[in-house]
Design a protein around this ligand. Structure first.
Ligand SMILES: Nc1ncnc2c1ncn2[C@@H]1O[C@H](COP(=O)(O)OP(=O)(O)O)[C@@H](O)[C@H]1O
Ligand SMILES: [Mg+2]
Length: 232
């Protein structure tokens, strides 16, 4: 589903953010991307959703080379993905309903269908009661759940999350990580950047570690229960 071939990213000023990364993330995998601040995690994700173009190498998403994608096709690429950020990035003057159905609205989905979509998705993240609230009326954990609802409302097969628990205390972080785990168990591919060792220990299937733009570790995180059953 995602393939990196010798990908390097050098920002203006000769700042090397990623150095010769090659890897393959199969469909349905839950990948935790770890590394200290400045290691290149956000750049890795930004390349996948084409917020940046790599200096060298190729990135394929579902077989399509995203680096050579014409700018006008980028919105179509993004619609196949859900993206979650550390700071939630909700629109303050819009309600939870409007935030969650922002993309369906742009795509011309009618009001009744949008309402149904929002209700179904907010139920999944446990926030149906807050459908008509404004972001400022919600706690940080709730705002992040709204952002996750917005990311999954279109049923993307890939969810990218950049330090989604970075602003939350440990209990809320685990709640949010459990939510990603559930989304993963429904078949969604997840690439989640985190510098939180707790998150890396308990959640996800595969750990990638970046250090100064280099991939220094790539290992399974734990055997999933289903795999353990198959292996006896
Ligand atoms: N737009 C940019 N221009 C120049 N340097 C950048 C830019 N974005 C990130 N960097 C640098 O690239 C390196 C990797 O950054 P980033 O991908 O944000 O790492 P992380 O998300 O792991 O903290 C850092 O040294 C950072 O300062
Ligand atoms: Mg970052």
């Amino acid at each position: 589903m995602i393939e990196f071939f010798n990908v390097s990213m050098v920002y203006p000023g000769d700042k090397v953010a990623l150095s010769e990364i090659s890897l393959r993330i199969p469909r349905g995998q839950f990948v935790v991307l770890a590394g200290k601040s400045g290691a290149g995690k956000s750049t890795f994700l930004r390349l996948i959703y084409r917020a940046e173009v790599p200096s060298r190498g190729q990135i394929l998403v579902n077989g399509r080379n995203v680096a050579s994608l014409p700018a006008k096709k980028v919105p179509f690429l993004r619609r196949t993905m859900g993206i979650v950020f550390q700071d939630f990035s909700l629109i303050e003057r819009k309600t939870v309903f409007e935030n969650v159905t922002f993309l369906p609205h742009i795509l011309g989905v009618d009001a009744r269908t949008r309402r149904e979509l929002a209700e179904r998705t907010l139920k999944r993240v446990g926030l149906l009661d807050h459908i008509d609230a404004y972001p400022a009326e919600l706690s940080g954990g709730e705002q992040q759940r709204v952002a996750i609802a917005r990311a999954i409302v279109n049923g993307p097969d890939l969810v990218l999350a950049d330090e989604p628990t970075g602003n939350l205390d440990p209990d809320l972080s685990r709640e949010i990580m459990r939510l990603f785990e559930e989304i993963h168990l429904e078949g969604t591919t997840i690439v989640l950047a985190s510098h939180d060792p707790e998150a890396q220990k308990e959640f996800g299937q595969r750990l990638l570690v970046l250090d100064h733009g280099r991939l220094v570790a790539d290992r399974p995180l734990r055997v999933m229960e289903t795999e353990a059953a198959v292996q006896g």
